[in-house]
Design a protein around this ligand. Structure first.
Ligand SMILES: Nc1ncnc2c1ncn2[C@@H]1O[C@H](COP(=O)(O)OP(=O)(O)O)[C@@H](O)[C@H]1O
Ligand SMILES: [Mg+2]
Length: 282
């Protein structure tokens, strides 16, 4: 069970998303362990933690792309974890998501990629209106003029920005970002950080990252996940000075003693343990 979670943020706020006592497991593996979290409206909440700790599962829970085994999910005070898939589709139009796997459609132009969610959601859209939506979204990410380009001609950073323009096509209330800067060089990462900051006054953001530079820059609040629970929850300064050894190891990119022990153990294999004779036929 989760212990009293580490909170250094005021929870007396308007929550747009609430996760209550969420447990998620895959076969026997518990990924989220009785986790509760409220996402404050209009703010940027950053979720950090080592690979495989459940960050993607946690944000998928927020739009019920995965359903919890136990617990409840609320969006704007409405319970959504128990809704049918067709009702969920309506809710999902209120979110924009920039997922790692959410690549652009390669056979479509940039403009067609951005138009896609709009046409799916609203069958009838005037062509001029659609062009205007596309233009405004592209201008926001600094790529107006790229309407007729195909994704293959764009850099990794530009593709991310087009994907972001697509994510905000329907003017979502919440934007979920899953590791938006992974795979980008520091300058392109910083452009994404600036865009997250720029979009701050249009929507609530939840950003999963293991890029601490990015986390410190964009977060109003940072939450660290460890073994399916929240072990630290506060603003950047609070996290920077947090006493929990797992938090310090993570933010400084240090391997734990356990990790090092494993590496040292494997190192033994660099020394010859077998002689050629061992492989000769008896
Ligand atoms: N659909 C799934 N089926 C089975 N296991 C899953 C599934 N999705 C995630 N997991 C497992 O849950 C754990 C957390 O995954 P994830 O949330 O993707 O981690 P990360 O923090 O790196 O985003 C991992 O051990 C992963 O293998
Ligand atoms: Mg992930």
């Amino acid at each position: 069970m989760q212990t009293e979670s580490d909170k250094n943020t005021n929870t007396d706020f308007e929550a747009i998303i609430r996760l209550e006592n969420i447990t998620k497991q895959f076969s026997n593996k518990v990924v989220l362990d009785n986790l509760s979290l409220q996402v404050e409206k209009g703010k940027t909440t950053v979720i950090i933690g080592p690979s495989g700790c459940g960050k993607t599962v946690l944000i998928k829970m927020m739009i019920v792309l995965l359903r919890p085994n136990q617990g409840e999910v609320y969006f704007d005070n409405e319970r959504i974890d128990n809704l049918q898939e067709n009702r969920l589709k309506d809710f999902r139009t209120r979110y924009g998501f920039l997922f790692q796997a959410g690549a652009l459609f390669d056979s479509m132009t940039v403009a067609e990629n951005i138009a896609f969610p709009v046409l799916q959601h609203r069958r009838k859209v005037d062509k001029d209106e659609l062009d205007e939506i596309i233009k405004i979204r592209l201008a926001l990410v600094g790529l107006d003029g790229y309407q007729n380009h195909f994704p293959a001609s764009l850099s990794g950073g530009q593709k991310k920005r087009v994907a972001l323009a697509r994510a905000i096509a329907l003017d979502p209330e919440v934007i979920l970002y899953d590791e938006p800067t992974t795979g980008l060089d520091p300058i392109r990462s910083d452009i994404i950080n600036e865009l997250v900051l720029k979009l701050r006054n249009r929507a609530t953001s939840v950003v999963v990252t293991h890029d601490m530079k990015s986390a410190y820059k964009i977060a109003d609040r940072i939450i660290m996940l460890h073994e399916g629970r929240i072990i630290a929850d506060g603003d950047a300064d609070y996290i920077r000075d947090h006493p929990h050894p797992n938090v310090q190891q993570f933010i400084h990119g240090q391997a734990s003693d356990d990790d090092l022990a494993v590496l040292r153990m494997n190192d033994q294999f660099h020394h010859p343990q077998y002689s050629p004779r061992d492989f000769q036929k008896q």
